[in-house]
Design a binder for this molecule. Structure first.
Ligand SMILES: Nc1ncnc2c1ncn2[C@@H]1O[C@H](COP(=O)(O)OP(=O)(O)OP(=O)(O)O)[C@@H](O)[C@H]1O
Ligand SMILES: [Mg+2]
Length: 761
């Protein structure tokens, strides 16, 4: 509902004087309905209103936008808000991307929300796209040659420019992208507006993007450094939620802030409970996640996976288990993405399974669970992504599934990216290339070291805290015994894999990663101007999505406490079972139950089904094959115990995702036959053979087809099958490994943080 304006003179008096709190609170209440300012909001607002630069670090969902929205209402003039594009949201080549660029949803979203409140706000460029779409001219745009297109776009921009040029523009907030700032035309416009004394503040949101040391560096942000000299006398407000001390300094220097007021709130998100579960110790991580999500009924969740194909597979698995969910990633066409998002925002689906490209600018406040099914690339990314939970400040959860193979895979990808960067960069950039691996090691520490998880997050941002701050709201503080038991098991169960060559799966198959597109959604952002097809949000999506967000986002607050209670109970049960199991294990550590064996067979069967498209030339009965593989593991590890059996099981499941038909054939022995056309190399794997007809396989294919899934998982053509060692071989290797582990630990002692024992395997 539109509201009349509060007279500005009552709020903001003479320049360079501290603006009284009462007047600002009045604006906050009047326009936004909030009773008081949060955290450092008031200080930031007062600083910029008095003409001072300000660097403001506030946690995710902390309310940074308010720090420039209130000044826009309290003082005459226009507030220029710069915020980034989403990942690779450009579909056209650079020059036209400036105009066609798909405005961050946060801009669209914020502008619409502000307009609904009667606050005059605009964003430049995608307004034209939206208009064109509404007028049915969008298709026409796409078919036009570039010069006519440019003329048309420039014409459309004029309406906003006209507003800016009018004697006394009523505009309060103007949202733009850094790319637009870098153009001579727009800069000239800004000069004019500034010359007429109409610019009151420059706000740079997500300011960490300016730093090559930040987790989300964007070259276009670098160009913002010229703003300070170009527009003298205008205060600059830099805002971010994720910047370690080094990045903070880099941001302030790069943006040429002068004597800024530096405001740092704690990064702590007290309403988020942090937990890590270990894939290598779970019978079936997929089922575990299913059970976890089921406790939430219809609550809202995001599950992040590393690859698009993994998103598809996970979404299929969750759906098959009765969870309403859908996959969302850049590999889907824009219509499908739009409808997936629409359904999630309107609560038609409960869970979105997505790559990390999903989330930025989607201000759904009531996300109760954020799950990372693969380890994120850095603590900053993890904080930002997990921070999408509980923006309404209500209890929420972050759950990370950690797997040793995932860690190796990520190390490989980051290493490869760093090498690639080094080849194309100067020596001065060498440090930043290596940085990604250093950042990642922090994330590994979060998973593999004991001690409070919250403390680790906060310390990674340079914040010193005591564990008591956590108040048992992470698994390590709430269930320390279970966590240390898990870490011990993880160490012993995976130690031998260090030496038996399983890491070769990634190291020897570098060619398999040539399909970088698979991963570029999370690491290739510094390539913005390339016009990559990695557009997670193209124009029509952006407009529709933002509208949906504004229209349909509804909180289900009153049901949350009930659900949190039931989750609490479920969690207690989980740990009780775990504790009981620990006791049971003490009495008979080696026991591998029939139930466990059955679920292992099922797990192998699922893995075979998921990878069946690559084994299409192999004549096998899937159920028999699963049983053969399970039996092989059981024979070898029956006497050595459950952990080893589970570890081998996990290893075999992963091996199935990379093995060639020949390798599987060799391992299955007489239970499998190669069809005649399979005698050549793995080149014909993707063409289904008529002889491979199997109703079960066909059903899986159909399911995949109907859900528009792509069988895009990378094919590792030269993988090495992990040998199933005999028990004596295993013990010998383990002994060797323990010796090398103890050597490594003694050399590590000097660098172990906080006196905590390292449990890296
Ligand atoms: N003083 C306040 N009192 C209550 N709610 C507030 C206050 N200030 C902001 N909010 C609300 O908090 C939510 C998060 O705000 P905002 O989007 O500005 O967070 P942010 O710090 O920019 O987060 P992110 O880092 O994720 O972008 C919004 O719904 C906003 O309306
Ligand atoms: Mg924000």
């Amino acid at each position: 509902m539109s509201k009349s304006k509060l007279p500005l003179q009552n709020v903001c008096g003479a320049e360079k004087q501290v603006i009284k709190k009462e007047g600002l609170v009045k604006l906050l209440r009047w326009h936004f309905g909030y009773s008081d300012f949060r955290g450092k909001q008031l200080e930031a607002i007062q600083a910029v209103l008095s003409g001072r630069d300000c660097f403001c670090l506030m946690p995710t969902g902390g309310g940074k936008s308010m720090c420039y929205q209130i000044p826009a209402l309290a003082k005459q003039g226009i507030v220029l808000v710069v915020s980034p594009l989403i990942g690779h949201d450009l579909i056209l080549t650079a020059p036209f991307a400036l105009f066609f660029c798909f405005q961050p949803l946060c801009q669209e979203n914020q502008v619409m929300a502000l307009k609904e409140k009667g606050i005059a706000a605009e964003y430049l460029s995608s307004t034209q796209t939206a208009k064109a779409k509404n007028e049915g001219t969008y298709e026409l745009w796409l078919s036009m040659d570039l010069s006519s297109l440019a003329v048309l776009i420039m014409g459309s921009l004029l309406s906003i420019y006209e507003k800016l040029d009018s004697g006394k523009p009523s505009l309060r907030l103007l949202y733009v992208t850094p790319e637009l700032i870098a153009t001579a035309g727009f800069m000239a416009k800004l000069d004019k507006i500034h010359g007429r004394g109409l610019l009151s503040l420059i706000a740079i949101d997500e300011a960490h993007c300016v730093s090559t040391w930040g987790h989300d560096f964007r070259p276009s942000y670098r160009k913002l450094s010229s703003l300070r000299n170009h527009l003298p006398g205008i205060p600059v407000l830099a805002l971010t939620a994720t910047a370690v001390p080094k990045v903070q300094e880099d941001v302030m220097r790069s943006l040429c802030l002068r004597n800024p007021l530096v405001l740092k709130s704690s990064f702590n998100r007290p309403n988020i409970y942090y937990e890590v579960r270990y894939k290598d110790l779970l019978d079936d991580p997929y089922s575990d996640l299913c059970n976890y999500l089921k406790f939430y009924g219809n609550n809202c969740a995001i599950v992040y996976c590393l690859e698009r194909s993994a998103c598809d597979e996970m979404a299929l698995h969750l759906s098959n288990n009765g969870i309403s969910c859908a996959a969302y990633h850049a590999g889907l066409n824009s219509k499908l993405r739009s409808s997936v998002l629409d359904d999630w925002i309107s609560s038609k689906t409960q869970v979105v399974v997505a790559t990390v490209a999903f989330g930025m600018g989607i201000d759904r406040k009531d996300v109760r669970v954020v799950c990372h099914f693969n380890i994120p690339k850095s603590m900053e990314s993890f904080y930002q992504e997990s921070g999408r939970a509980g923006r309404d400040q209500l209890p929420s959860r972050s759950l990370l599934y950690y797997g040793v193979d995932d860690r190796r895979k990520m190390e490989f990808i980051l290493g490869k990216a760093a090498n690639k960067k080094l080849q194309h960069s100067s020596n001065s950039e060498e440090d930043t290339s290596k940085k990604s691996l250093v950042d990642f090691s922090q994330m590994v520490g979060y998973c593999e070291e004991s001690g409070c998880r919250r403390k680790k997050i906060l310390e990674s941002f340079g914040e010193e805290v005591t564990s008591s701050l956590c108040a048992k709201s992470c698994d390590a503080c709430k269930h320390p015994n279970v966590v240390s038991k898990n870490l011990e098991e993880l160490t012993s169960a995976t130690a031998f894999r260090h030496r038996n060559g399983s890491s070769q799966i990634y190291m020897s198959s570098a060619s398999a990663f040539n399909d970088v597109e698979q991963f570029s959604e999370f690491w290739n952002r510094d390539d913005e101007a390339s016009g990559s097809e990695e557009d997670i949000s193209d124009s029509d999506d952006a407009v529709e999505i933002a509208k949906s967000v504004a229209r349909k986002s509804k909180s289900s607050g009153h049901r949350i406490s009930d659900r949190m209670e039931s989750l609490q109970r479920a969690e207690e049960n989980y740990y009780r079972t775990n504790n009981n199991q620990e006791k049971a294990n003490k009495s008979d550590k080696k026991f591998i139950s029939e139930t466990l064996r059955e679920s292992s067979k099922q797990r192998l069967l699922n893995a075979l089904k998921q990878n069946q498209h690559r084994f299409s030339n192999l004549q096998v009965d899937l159920v028999t094959s699963a049983a053969t593989l399970e039996n092989e593991c059981h024979k070898k590890y029956e006497k050595s115990g459950k952990s080893f059996y589970l570890s081998q099981m996990a290893s075999t499941v992963r091996w199935l995702s990379t093995a060639t038909p020949e390798q599987l054939h060799d391992r299955l022995g007489t239970t499998a036959k190669m069809s005649p056309e399979a005698t050549g190399p793995a080149s014909n794997l993707s063409s289904p053979s008529p002889s491979s007809f199997d109703p079960e396989i066909t059903q899986v294919r159909e399911e995949k087809a109907t859900s528009s899934m792509k069988s895009a998982s990378p094919v590792f053509t030269d993988t090495v099958a992990p040998p199933v060692l005999s028990f004596s071989e295993f013990v010998n290797r383990r002994k060797d490994n323990q010796i090398s582990t103890s050597k490594r630990q003694s050399s590590d002692d000097g660098v172990t943080q906080g006196g905590e024992k390292k449990t890296k395997c």
